[in-house]
Design a protein around this ligand. Structure first.
Ligand SMILES: NC(=O)c1ccc[n+]([C@@H]2O[C@H](COP(=O)([O-])OP(=O)(O)OC[C@H]3O[C@@H](n4cnc5c(N)ncnc54)[C@H](O)[C@@H]3O)[C@@H](O)[C@H]2O)c1
Length: 657
């Protein structure tokens, strides 16, 4: 793919800078925005920036550069011949989607559609357009003319050639690109920064030091600006919105921060409003005199950065080398977390992180899996395959925790991960954890969808046989316990999704059968080995499998103990969707998000009950129950909202009332 003609959509802080970079590299570039007045501002900003380059002796031919930039207020005309379009409109999903919708219709079939988004997933931006394979991330840093870094990001749809072409093109325009293989929140640089933003918030929330004491400490260590002065400079709103986003997408821990929320609500946004952590006069922060604090150590920050870098490598998002380059160039620093990690032992980093976890009580600070297992040195010397991410070994999402069932919430979704040994075996502690989580969720009106899965690449390989029983009665009680907990799971008034991967055997398969919807990888191993061990499926397996696939098939698999795959299960109708191993965690979350957005919670709870009862109710009774449910729903706010959204052609906003 050859790139000769480029269009930049949006001429704001980033757009005009990106267009200037491209024109400086000798290419013609179109720039498009909503009005001529805004374009005029962009033209002036570019001219002033070029003047600075002329004055410092870096540029001679300013007029020639300016003549390569062409201005438009109409997207189709601006992109007609473009080989590459770079979108830099505001970070608002609806605006980006509407721009991509127009690009989908008015660009050449071969055109690459790049977005400069800082946070929004490419998959979400590309949703609904036909040219998904052409969408790629091209994340410049501010100011684009000065900072060398470009994060080139691929989504699951991005074609290899598109990814490689944009990577090479970034070099051609004088930038240093890094490859981001997965479309994850914060990509590389912002993600590495996220835990320390939380850390500096908690330092203030807990009253460990004053901003000026920390900033004095930072300056005493040779940094040009302390963290709070920097946040005031960048804008408290930007920091606040990022943490809100990470709370939704990465970990609820990010919502624990109070001081940014308070400053944001008080409209103390830093430099731009004249006050944030500090008062600002003539563009300078008025930092009170203070002694450097001893409550903060540089090693805290290094440990947090190393931890996040390790998570990024474990998730297959970027290679250690690219993380190092990204942090150096994106944060304008002499070295990044990988260099620091090379000079430390695993034990040093681990004990520091454990101490931070103890002190602040946030999961985000806990050692990543590889650090917990003593493999820091191995992980930071890993190489990630350059162009075929689907071939590399990708570990499914792993959360570092000793809880037998880990619960995370993301908006209206709760994710429950079975977490016991490598194969997530089910024992009494897992049953306790599951029962507690389900009981808590039962009355939680905020949550409408529950995902059940395993921590890591396996759903659950079944019951932990060595923890079984000491007497016939105990064993019977263990079976009854499972029945009770799985009944709770099957009846909880939320939509439940089992995400089946690795092994889903015995008690694990019974757990999945108690859910409303099952999704799976093609190759997950499924089965009931019980009869081959002298047992029967004892947590509802004989009953629920025959209801799902009919008596004859159920008898075959239960009586032979034969395993089958996710694909077989899909063909039998047990599983509703097949997702690839690489993406099952995010695809299941996307499915849950779609359900949570679209479906009215009370309707879903009643519909689920009706379906559950359908197998042991007469048709007449079932129809009567349907009619009564309709009657109940008639009085709900959600019904009014559903109809008015439908008529108004907008998305409904259900409140579960
Ligand atoms: N500002 C930063 O430091 C920074 C850094 C990296 C990435 N980003 C990302 O770059 C993107 C742009 O950010 P920004 O800071 O330049 O924003 P900005 O608000 O300065 O500029 C956005 C421009 O888009 C224009 N626009 C709005 N709707 C449009 C439409 N429908 N068609 C064409 N133009 C339209 C606006 O008029 C404005 O000129 C965002 O996604 C942001 O997250 C920003």
């Amino acid at each position: 793919m050859e790139i000769n003609k480029v269009t930049v959509i949006g001429s704001g802080i980033m757009g005009h800078g990106i267009a200037e970079v491209i024109a400086l590299a000798g290419l013609d570039v179109n720039i498009e925005d909503v009005s001529n007045e805004i374009l005029e501002k962009a033209r002036n900003s570019i001219s002033a920036s070029l003047d600075r380059l002329v004055n410092s002796g870096k540029l001679k031919n300013k007029d020639e550069v300016l003549s390569r930039i062409h201005y438009f207020t109409d997207i189709p005309a601006s992109v007609k011949d473009a080989d590459l379009v770079i979108e830099a409109v505001p970070e608002v999903l609806e605006i980006k989607r509407s721009v991509f919708d127009q690009l989908d219709k008015s660009t050449k079939d071969t055109a690459i559609l790049a977005t400069n988004t800082s946070n929004i997933r490419l998959t979400e931006i590309a949703e609904g357009i036909t040219k998904k394979g052409k969408v790629v991330g091209m994340h410049f840093f501010n100011p684009p003319v000065v900072l060398k870094l470009v994060e080139v990001i691929r989504s699951q749809y991005t074609e290899d050639e598109v990814f490689e072409t944009v990577y090479e093109f970034s070099k051609r325009i004088g930038k240093t690109p890094i490859k981001v293989y997965k479309d994850t929140p914060g990509f590389v640089v912002n993600r590495i920064n996220a835990p320390e933003s939380l850390y500096f918030c908690l330092v203030i929330d807990k009253g460990l030091a004053k901003p000026e004491e920390v900033d004095r400490f930072a300056r005493s260590q040779g940094l040009p600006m302390g963290p709070y002065e920097l946040m005031d400079y960048v804008g408290i709103d930007t920091v606040y919105h990022s943490l809100q986003y990470y709370a939704k997408e990465l970990s609820p821990d990010y919502s624990k921060c109070q001081v940014y929320t308070k400053l944001f609500n008080d409209k103390k946004l830093g430099l731009k409003t004249g006050e944030g952590f500090y008062k600002w006069v003539n563009g300078k922060a008025q930092i009170p005199e203070a002694k450097p604090t001893k409550a903060v150590e540089l090693m805290d920050i290094f440990a947090l950065e190393i931890n996040e870098a390790v998570k990024i490598i474990e998730e297959g998002v970027a290679s250690p080398d690219d993380i190092e380059t990204g942090v150096k160039l994106g944060m304008n620093r002499p070295f990044g977390p990988i260099t620091v990690a090379k000079g430390l032992t695993n034990a040093e980093v681990k004990s520091k992180l454990e101490a931070l976890y103890q002190k602040f009580g946030v999961e985000v600070f806990r050692p990543a899996k590889s650090i917990a297992e003593g493999k820091l040195k191995t992980v930071i010397s890993m190489q990630i395959a350059p162009s075929k991410p689907e071939e590399k070994k990708v570990e499914a999402a792993y959360v570092s925790s000793s809880d037998p069932v880990i619960m995370e919430t993301k908006g209206k979704i709760a994710v429950l991960r079975i977490n016991n040994t490598k194969n997530n075996l089910i024992n009494a502690a897992v049953m306790d954890g599951l029962e507690k989580a389900l009981t808590d969720l039962w009355n939680n009106r905020e949550i409408s969808v529950v995902i059940i899965t395993g921590n890591g690449p396996v759903f659950s390989a079944g019951a932990q046989l060595d923890s079984f029983f000491s007497s016939t009665f105990d064993f019977m009680e263990f079976a009854r316990r499972g029945e009770r907990v799985y009944k709770l799971l099957s009846e909880i008034p939320k939509v439940t999704i089992a995400e089946m991967k690795g092994y889903t055997l015995g008690g694990g398969f019974e757990m999945a059968l108690a859910c409303d919807i099952r999704v799976a990888t093609d190759d997950v191993q499924i089965g009931f080995p019980e009869v081959t061990l002298g047992l029967v499926p004892g947590w509802g397996g004989t009953q629920r499998l025959s209801r799902a696939v009919g008596q004859s098939r159920a008898a075959y698999y239960i009586l032979t103990g034969e395993r089958f795959t996710g694909r077989d299960a899909y063909e039998m109708g047990i599983v509703s969707k097949i997702f690839s191993k690489d993406t099952i965690d995010s695809e299941t979350l996307n499915l849950a998000q779609t359900i949570a957005e679209r479906v009215a919670p009370i309707s879903a709870a009643l519909a689920k009950r009706l379906v559950l009862r359908s197998t042991n109710t007469s048709l007449d009774d079932g129809l009567e129950m349907e009619a009564i449910s309709m009657g109940l729903l008639y009085g709900t706010e959600d019904l009014k909202e559903g109809i008015s959204a439908f008529l108004g052609k907008r998305k409904p906003n259900y409140q579960g009332k």
